[in-house]
Design a protein around this ligand. Structure first.
Ligand code: 5AD
Ligand code: SF4
Length: 435
């Protein structure tokens, strides 16, 4: 029987969140409805992530938990990067998985589900040259801050990373399609658009880079804020840096992963930038936009990382003064060059380094938050807070701001940032003009 209701569960990065939304819209356009709870869904799509440890194991145990008390189960589709990496092997490991669909093939999800409903067990991990986006229905729903994928895949081949294998080669979407999707997101209520790509700043078309695309998006009325993530240092061109000083709608926030502060480790990671060249980019960005909040990603315990290498990572954290950052323990990914390297680092060394790094990052984050106290700014209201009358919005620097206000999600209000916590800010609304 063809399923009538579905539930999509997305794990991992923002691009998976975006893909999950698009799969939902696709199923919806074919007459299926979103189910409230897992138990009510005829079809469950697990949109998985493969970037770090035990990703596949986690996916299989998530599948196992979908068995119901009476022994029945929904139709199960394994999607996302674990699906791409495991392929047909997934169905050998778990007989509960009916459909396997990779991140570049999910435009075929309705057909694959229809096949599975007939008792077949289709696998589609193709990476077709024709973009899946062309087969998608138009956007009809959007949150105040909406994701929009403009680029997928990666050609950089950092030695620890599975992305070039699970998401394929770098491919940018045509600007015409991106602008059309942006307009429909704005018509559906988005005030902010976050441009997504594994290497978003590598996006280019006819010699025009991401800065040109941002400029075109900034001309859309009703769209108030633009962000982009994630960027590679080597693709941070001068036009994009300048855009931070020139385009008012481009928010003062930059996520620019460095991964390590040690040139030796960066070389072994095949990052093709050094600590100094990274710091020079940050200097240039700050010259264009002095208040920019800089964020990053770090890996501790890459094979061969010595205490001295790790110190250099702490040094670069101090040198940049990150407003926020994500840090991870190195996890060997099957099939990547680093997984075969000697000198894998012991667990407890990794744990210690991670803790030390996170303390250092938290120190700078708190300092950045404190530096904003007293600032008058605007926040985009996203959702209700815990207490009545309290709402949560985002500052231009991507801080969560708690504020007492009658404003609804999607409104942009004037606030003064009055207090800083380690992870969020408190704002006081400034007088609103009478409606
Ligand atoms: N181990 C640990 N962290 C990783 N990342 C990517 N691959 C690995 C891995 N094998 C981190 C990087 C990247 C972020 C998305 O995930 O820091 O920027
Ligand atoms: Fe992975 Fe490196 Fe590509 Fe980022 S740039 S997706 S870390 S290979």
């Amino acid at each position: 029987m063809i399923p009538k209701t579905f539930k999509i569960k997305s794990f991992g990065c923002q691009m998976n969140v975006y893909d999950g939304e698009r799969m939902a819209e696709l199923l919806d356009s074919r007459g299926m409805r979103a189910a409230g709870a897992d138990e009510d869904a005829d079809l469950v799509v697990l949109n998985t992530c493969h970037i770090r440890e035990k990703a596949a194991e986690k996916a299989y145990s998530d599948v196992g938990r979908l068995r119901r008390e009476d022994g029945s189960k929904p139709l199960i589709a394994l999607a996302g990067c674990v699906a791409q990496a495991e392929g047909a092997e997934a169905q050998r490991r778990s007989s509960m998985i009916d459909v396997v669909v990779g991140p570049q093939a999910y435009h075929r999800l309705p057909e694959l589900v229809a096949e599975a409903a007939l008792g077949r067990r289709p696998v589609d991990t193709d990476m077709p040259a024709i973009s899946k986006f062309d087969a998608m229905p138009p956007r009809r729903r959007a949150s105040p801050s909406a994701f929009l994928t403009v680029q997928e895949g990666c050609d950089k081949f950092c030695t620890y990373c599975v992305v070039p294998y699970t998401r394929g080669a770098e491919i940018g979407r045509p600007s015409r399609d991106i602008l059309t999707e942006a307009r429909s997101l704005v018509a559906a209520g988005a005030r902010e658009i976050v441009l997504l790509g594994q290497n978003v700043n590598a996006w280019a078309e006819d010699g025009r880079g991401l800065a040109g695309l941002i400029r075109a998006l900034a001309a859309i009325s009703g769209l108030e804020r633009i962000r982009y993530t994630t960027s590679h240092p080597n693709d941070m061109d001068d036009a994009l840096i300048a855009a931070h000083g020139e385009i008012g709608k481009l928010m003062p926030y930059l996520h620019l992963p460095v991964q390590s502060g040690s040139d030796r480790v960066l070389r072994a990671m095949n990052r093709s930038h050094g600590a100094d060249s990274y710091l020079r980019i940050i200097d240039k960005v700050r010259a264009a936009r002095p208040d920019i909040a800089v964020s990053g990603d770090f890996i501790v315990g890459f094979p061969g990382e010595s205490d001295a290498d790790f110190k250099e990572t702490l040094n670069i954290v101090d040198a940049v003064g990150y407003a926020s950052a994500y840090s991870f323990k190195y996890s060997p990914r099957p099939g990547t060059p680093a997984a075969m390297m000697e000198d894998q680092i012991e667990r407890d060394v990794m744990d210690q380094r991670l803790q030390q790094l996170q303390e250092r990052i938290a120190y700078h984050q708190a300092a950045f938050n404190r530096s904003r106290v007293g600032t008058g700014t605007q926040i985009l209201i996203e959702r209700a807070g815990r207490s009545p009358g309290q709402m949560i919005g985002k500052s231009p620097w991507l801080q969560s701001v708690h504020v007492e206000t009658a404003a609804s999600p999607g409104e942009i209000i004037d606030v003064t940032l009055v207090a800083a916590g380690p992870r969020s800010m408190t704002g006081a609304e400034r007088a609103r003009a009478a409606a």
